[in-house]
Design a protein. Sequence first.
Length: 195
Amino acid sequence: MNGPRHVPVLLEEVLEYLNVRPGGVICDATLGLAGHSSAIAKRLGGKGKLIAFDRDPEAMEAAKVRLEEVRAELGDAMPELRLVPKAFSEAASEIEPGSLDGLLADFGVSSLQLDEAHRGFSFRSEGPLDMRMDTRSGETAEQVVNQEDENELADLIYEFGEERRSRRIARAIVRARPIRLQQNWLESYRPRPHQ
């Protein structure tokens, strides 16, 4: 395979609990690198259907490569495949109600996003402070930490991180501006002693 290959999390358990049957219709709401979808496709067979969502264009391209390998392996036993380059939150507008036999949603950041420094999620490698699941839209993390006012930052940190020290963290972010690289932010953050 030309693209990255990662081991899907809890693959056997996912297949067991989804109870994938030949000819079924399964939705993978978080396609990622198609690890789960590849295994699901092999169980669905030629009369099945696999619908998969991912809003990350890099993940979608890597998944297409992997699923084409599965198609080459399975031939006529490959299920109908529908790849939807949208967020899973849009699934209801794309799927006929009552038409699925199973749905998989593996929420969170994928290994592709964590491993690629240019995505801005990595703790191991220096990279731009991007952190967008869909790099085609929305504000980057750099824009948020450098442009939001202190109260808005604190509210975001509390709401999404459930961090009770959100006000103190927001104050430290504002003092450290401008913040450009993830690694520079981590190195530059030194809590100030209480005065």
